[in-house]
Design a protein around this ligand. Structure first.
Ligand code: GDP
Length: 317
């Protein structure tokens, strides 16, 4: 990928997409093509085809997806399955039709079987049953990964698939019904401190383990893969993570401390725990030459600081 080439980032406003944009800009890529939802509906196959015919990107990052936390996934499986299949089918097919050199499709660590050995190696894909709370999303992502592999085999394309672990960072979704755990806890602890509340409710038992990757680390990893690697080196999927995980209880304690909340934690066992653990084996991407940089401590500080700034900006507006 040369700096003069045209790069389309689908989903450029999301947590992953905005980090890809920052990583590309910091490396001097100036020929970046983006479209917001009002300008291009990725669910509309004809509109996506027409956009590719007009814009002719050389490289595509497919970071657009319908995403959400455990409850949103559990309660709206049809939307997660249908929308993700449509977005990825439309973009991947149009990219092939227009002769895109290279495409990078973003999956998720939830594509792996619920009870597979830990840390999770790429080859455990499809070796067992999926976690029920995010099965629909995972099935869509597995279909995207297989579609890329099928194009590579049948048409000789170079479509890569990266499987990131749970992401977090500035600009995340803080809506408590649809967000992931980390932004949800930042908001809950912050509001509890502001309102002098004595307790914060954490969903589930606190026992599940999760691995968290800072969004800028993901952006760096994806640009690295696009620049340096071919699909035949990465295999059908390549894990992107830190290789370290933490329990939800410990995460809650750390966020509580960072925010300065002095009350109690209460666990709501009515809410699902989800998969007990999904720690990625990241030896394949390490061997290719990429390693994460931002520690959880540093990433949490940056994320909380961005959250506080966004509240100030919203007050000023
Ligand atoms: P998952 O990794 O797909 O399970 O997605 P989440 O990030 O939504 O949830 C991770 C874990 O955090 C699950 O065990 C949740 O039950 C737990 N959790 C604890 N409190 C919260 C919360 O306020 N919001 C969310 N989304 N998850 C929470």
């Amino acid at each position: 990928m040369q700096s003069h080439q045209r790069v389309f980032v689908a989903g450029h406003r999301g947590l992953a997409g905005s980090a890809i944009m920052r990583a590309l800009r910091s490396r001097g890529y100036a020929n970046l093509v983006t479209r917001n939802r009002a300008e291009l509906n990725l669910l509309d196959r004809a509109a996506v085809s027409e956009f590719f015919r007009q814009q002719r990107p050389d490289h595509v990052f497919l970071a657009a997806a319908k995403v959400g936390g455990i409850l949103a996934n559990k309660d709206h499986p049809a939307g997660f399955l249908l929308e993700n299949l449509a977005i990825q089918n439309n973009v991947i097919e149009a990219a092939h039709e227009c002769g895109v050199r290279k495409l990078l499709f973003l999956g998720s660590s939830c594509i792996y079987p619920r009870d597979c050995p830990q840390p999770i190696r790429e080859e455990y894909l499809l070796s067992g049953k999926l976690e029920a709370t995010n099965e629909a999303y995972a099935i869509a992502k597995i279909a995207g990964l297989k579609l890329c592999a099928a194009y590579n085999r049948q048409h000789g394309t170079d479509f890569l698939c990266a499987m990131p672990t749970n992401l977090y960072g500035p600009g995340d979704n803080y809506d408590l019904r649809s967000s992931h755990v980390l932004p949800a806890l930042i908001r809950k602890f912050h509001e509890a401190r502001e309102r002098n509340q004595s307790k914060v409710v954490v969903w589930g038992t606190g026992a599940p383990l999760r691995e968290f990757l800072y969004s800028d680390d993901l952006g760096e990893a994806l640009v690295f893969l696009m620049q340096q690697c071919k699909a035949e080196q990465t295999g059908e999927a390549i894990n992107v993570g830190t290789g370290e995980d933490i329990s939800i209880l410990e995460l809650a304690r750390r966020i509580s401390e960072l925010v300065g909340f002095r009350g109690e934690l209460e666990f709501d066992a009515e809410k699902p725990d989800g998969t007990p653990r999904k720690l990625l084996d990241v030896s394949r991407i390490h061997a290719l030459g990429w390693h994460h940089r931002v520690s959880l401590e540093e990433g949490l500080r940056q994320t909380y600081s961005a959250y506080q700034q966004s509240l100030l900006a919203a007050c000023a507006a």
